[in-house]
Design a protein around this ligand. Sequence first.
Ligand SMILES: Cc1ncc(COP(=O)(O)O)c(C=O)c1O
Length: 403
Amino acid sequence: MSNHVSRRHFIGGATAAAALGTMGITPQAAEARVRRAAERGIRYLPGGAPMHRMVQSQVDEYDALAKLSSNENPFGPSEKALEAMTYAFKYSMRYGYPDNNVQQRVADAHEVSRDHVLMGAGSGEILDVVGLTWLAHDKKVVGVEPSYGSVYSHATGIDAETILLPLEADYRQNIQRMVDVTNRNARDVGFVYLCNPNNPTGVTVTADEIAYLLDNIPEDIPVLIDEAYHHFVEDPAYEESLKYVREGRRVVIARTFSKIYGMAAMRIGFAIAPPDMIEEMRPYSTGSVNALARWGAVASMEDQPAADHMLAHNKRLREQTISDLESLGYECVPSQTNFFMVNLRQTVAPIRQAFRQRGVAVGRDFPPMLDHLRVSIGTEEEMGRFMNAFEDIMTTMSAGAGS
Ligand SMILES: Cc1ncc(COP(=O)(O)O)c(C=O)c1O
């Protein structure tokens, strides 16, 4: 690539004019070049690099959306996490860099030793690692449907089978049936999956139910308890399941920095499990958590005010939105998380499209609950847009149905 071409590709904006100036182009010529680019609608990244046109339109479309489809924290990482990640940039080109002792800090925060912790590129990696570890040799995973489906799709992808139980009428997981089906298939069960609170319903399994499950299935069957949303739970009947790991039971707890800590795109999560289970899992893990995520994760864990702010915001807007929907006559599933489901009493898919046309992204289909729309809690402004779109769509639809 000639110098000329590389200049055109890698510099732009005010910075670009200055940079071009230092490269032997007169400041006037540099400014004129940048002005011409701006006239052609080319925008620049903060460092001065021009954005490709196609990328610009993707960015514009994405940035304009109210993103209520993936249960993210709309505020993103805390200020402290951002500072830590900015600091960690200096290690971007390294392999063996100081990583803020993330594994030890996770262990300390959960009162276990370091050998109880396996870091992953998101808890999604942990869920896959559990599948790879315990579903070989024709083993099956037991769980409910709907739940966090990637566990089941990963199982299917590695040619393992799933045994899926329906939810009860009140959207709870039926633990007695889970125990029965696990015992009936004990020889074939690789692990039991319990998402608590469950995604997409936001409904919890109580501490007593977890105790019942663990006490009534063979003790060598691993139980994967996915606690991605545990921070949000207020129900006193709920309990995190770490104590079972400390007792040495065959329990893997999956946790993530993607939700309360707002670091979904940074990809960091972890498993807490007895050391022998961690050792069984380790060969299947990539160990590839990036430097920024490691530093940001530690800072997030230490920033309780930021987490508290998110919790208060979430609770207020969830309750307000549910109450608004109920006053319009739509039932919502009582949720303990940063999302909830509303019963539209009709197939959600076309309505999701209508939301999208109004710039609002809402949850995907969760068979068999195809009449329920999952809505994540976003910013106040996004929730306002959601409610406006909701009223607009539902009014249009019922007018259409009546005509
Ligand atoms: C229940 C549950 N578990 C795990 C994940 C995966 O999260 P991540 O891989 O971002 O940590 C999600 C993401 O939405 C989830 O809802």
